[in-house]
Design a protein around this ligand. Structure first.
Ligand SMILES: [Zn+2]
Length: 160
């Protein structure tokens, strides 16, 4: 594996870009290159001759995807729609303020959160002992390129 920086290509146009492999000298179109490793923010494009990385392609944001809607295939469009739907659901259901929690009688207590994947979609539960105080979708703010939503967070409460 050669060291150094490789080209960050445009998600919507990388297949028609010309790439050159610094390792073996291969030259050709992105469309001829196999996909390499896939990360949360980007994926790698590899040289078809030697397997060296020739490019890193960042995933588009939701806005960029919407601006380039016609360039997306059916699977890409569906995944964007699912992400948008999950974000909408998250916005509607996330704990915006500790004041939305049910009244807690104890003057001192410990809330904890845990994942609940027993349903069709994973939720985050906020518990006080065995009692579920809050339930919200356990989704990240899933637009690549933007900040991710921490799965674990603390809820500030004034002591009674
Ligand atoms: Zn190569």
């Amino acid at each position: 594996m050669a060291s150094g920086v490789y080209v960050a290509a445009d998600y919507f146009g990388w297949k028609s870009l010309k790439f050159a492999c610094r390792n073996c000298g291969w030259r050709g179109n992105g469309a001829d290159c196999p996909l390499g490793e896939v990360f949360a923010q980007l994926f790698e494009v590899d040289c078809p001759a030697c397997g060296e990385h020739v490019a890193a392609v960042p995933f588009p944001t939701l806005k960029e995807s919407r601006r380039n809607w016609k360039k997306l295939d059916a699977a890409e469009r569906l995944s964007i729609q699912i992400i948008e739907q999950r974000q909408k659901e998250f916005e509607a259901r996330f704990l915006k303020s500790p004041s939305r929690l049910p009244e807690i009688a104890e003057s001192s207590f410990l809330l904890y959160s845990e994942a609940d994947d027993s349903g069709t979609a994973e939720d985050t539960l906020i518990r006080l002992g065995e009692k579920v105080m809050w339930r919200e979708p356990a989704v990240y703010r899933a637009s690549p390129g933007s900040a991710t939503w921490p799965k674990f967070f603390s809820v500030g409460m004034a002591s009674g």
